[in-house]
Ligand binder design. Structure first.
Ligand code: SF4
Ligand code: SF4
Length: 105
């Protein structure tokens, strides 16, 4: 089982920016109501541009049990974020969570 289901730190750590064409009202999948427009070409997940950062689509409690309310429709940065990456470990440590073990499946 993925460590992510008991984590969610990356969804409460970074700005989540993506191209406006990923918004559902622009032909994409991300619900526009959960995003804010940054400029004409970039949108941002609501909740990720002010402290404390927490994406509006995140459910549950970071470090305990979490879910993404728009998992199937989430934007590309979320799809590309890698469990076990440096950024993942940075997010986890900011939330006081231990490093993941190597090759955790
Ligand atoms: S910080 Fe890493 S382990 Fe936690 S949810 Fe994000 S990718 Fe998964
Ligand atoms: S859209 Fe989902 S996966 Fe992406 S930051 Fe928000 S809660 Fe996390």
């Amino acid at each position: 089982m993925s460590a992510c289901m008991a984590c969610g730190a990356c969804c409460a750590c970074f700005r989540v920016d993506f191209a406006v064409y990923e918004l559902d009202d622009m032909g994409g999948t991300v619900p526009s109501g959960l995003a804010v427009e940054v400029n004409g070409s970039t949108a941002r997940m609501r909740g990720t541009d002010h402290v404390p950062i927490r994406c509006a689509a995140l459910t549950g409690t970071v470090g305990e049990q979490v879910g993404c309310g728009i998992y199937e429709w989430r934007p590309s940065p979320c799809r590309e974020f890698e469990e076990g990456s440096d950024a993942c470990h940075r997010a986890r440590s900011r939330h006081g969570l231990p490093q993941l073990k190597e090759n955790l499946a």
